[in-house]
Write a protein that binds this ligand. Structure first.
Ligand code: NDP
Ligand code: PYC
Length: 337
């Protein structure tokens, strides 16, 4: 495959221009470009530049507000709310971020509730950002009904991602981030685009039978990872980050977007904890204890989640991001339109 190398900053600027050319508010375009370029930089293809077209499709369909200004309602307690006003999720997170960090440090824990956003990104971006501020973090959101519950055959739950971050002073944070389906839906869409069959066990078709055809999988239902375990975590996310936030669950998000070909609109929940506040009065250092555990994992030759991402990032920073000629042509086309 022929590849072209592009500097991270150039990719980010080009994505930003694509969005501002389409009438998206400059601050929103900046926030969206940062998270998409970071996905590509870290070789997370299902949430890299592939997402640009998806974000524009939802814009053309009139289902995302290009000029929404996120409204932060912080009050004084542990819950900080940000109304995304039907805009993309990334600017809403950026608007509430300083309050979330300050509140978690001052009170030991804080929760960020994002309402009414179009969510298209990987969760690690925000989780890693907050862990870099010394906080432990849990993040989750519904998506659109695309997954059958374990034992079922029809889409009801979302691909509902779940991410965790833990600070590591002087090192990249410990971060895991996964869909509760066997893979993200973006991965199946990429298989469809590339004409590749799926591995067995990822999905059932509209007839409820197992399929390796990505188009049939997209029309049918994806399956949870770990059977009943992934199914239960996805259900928890519907309850905590859907019902509890007074926002759409995945079924409603699907109805609102009239299917799953457009990105979902719903809420999101980020919980931030100051580890030192939880161990007060104990003569122990939670971060040092954490390091011992993480070192123990590495000592067994096992890799930590995000290790692949961090390695890809180091290469991208040193050499630029490698893009295929098709990906560059896509950027050219979107920038010219
Ligand atoms: P993967 O299965 O590719 O990876 C899940 C996690 O496991 C990552 O943290 C990954 O780290 C880690 N990992 C993978 N292989 C190993 C290994 N061998 N040993 C240790 N750790 C490993 O991700 P998914 O396909 O489930 O999800 C991809 C993305 O899709 C996520 O970022 C998620 O947030 C996003 N998503 C977003 C949705 C939304 O609504 N916004 C919905 C669903 C998914 P590493 O990256 O370093 O490989
Ligand atoms: O890949 O499952 C996915 C997804 C849904 C919304 C954004 N990404």
């Amino acid at each position: 495959m022929t590849t072209i190398t592009m500097a991270i900053a150039e990719l980010e600027a080009r994505i930003r221009r694509i969005f501002t050319n389409c009438g998206v508010r400059a601050e929103t375009a900046g926030a969206v470009a940062r998270v998409i370029a970071a996905g590509e930089r870290d070789n997370c293809k299902s949430h890299g530049i592939y997402r640009v077209e998806g974000c524009l499709r939802v814009l053309k369909a009139g289902k995302v507000a290009p000029d929404a200004i996120p409204e932060v309602r912080s009050g004084e307690g542990p819950i900080i709310r940000v109304d995304a006003g039907g805009g993309y999720a990334s600017p809403a997170y950026e608007a509430a971020r300083p309050t979330l960090i300050e509140r978690a440090r001052r009170q030991g824990l804080a929760a960020l509730v994002i309402n009414d956003c179009v969510h298209f990104s990987a969760l690690w971006y925000e989780v890693e950002d907050l862990a870099g501020e010394g906080l432990a973090v849990l993040s989750m959101c519904p998506s659109h009904a695309a997954m059958a519950p374990s034992g079922g055959r029809a889409p009801l739950l979302g691909t509902n991602p779940f991410a965790f971050g833990w600070p590591r002073p002087g090192k990249d944070p410990y971060v895991f981030d996964f869909a509760t389906t066997l893979v993200a839906r973006g991965e199946i869409e990429l298989h469809e685009r590339e004409g590749k069959a799926l591995p067995e066990g990822w999905a059932v078709g509209p007839d409820g039978q197992p399929t390796t055809d990505p188009s049939a999988a997209l029309a049918g239902a994806m399956l949870p990872f770990g059977q009943h375990k992934g199914s239960a975590i996805a259900t928890m996310i519907e309850l905590l980050a859907g019902a509890m936030l007074g926002d759409f669950m995945s079924q409603e998000a699907r109805e609102f977007m009239e299917g799953t070909r457009l990105l979902p609109r719903h809420g999101a929940l980020i919980l931030a904890f100051d580890p030192s506040a939880f161990s007060q009065g104990r003569d122990r250092d939670p971060l040092a204890d954490g390091e011992r555990l993480l070192q123990g994992i590495a000592d067994q030759g096992a890799r930590l989640p995000s290790q692949r991402r961090y390695a890809a990032r180091r290469i991208a920073r040193a050499e630029g991001i490698r893009l295929s000629t098709e990906e560059v042509a896509l950027l050219d086309r979107l920038e010219a339109q």
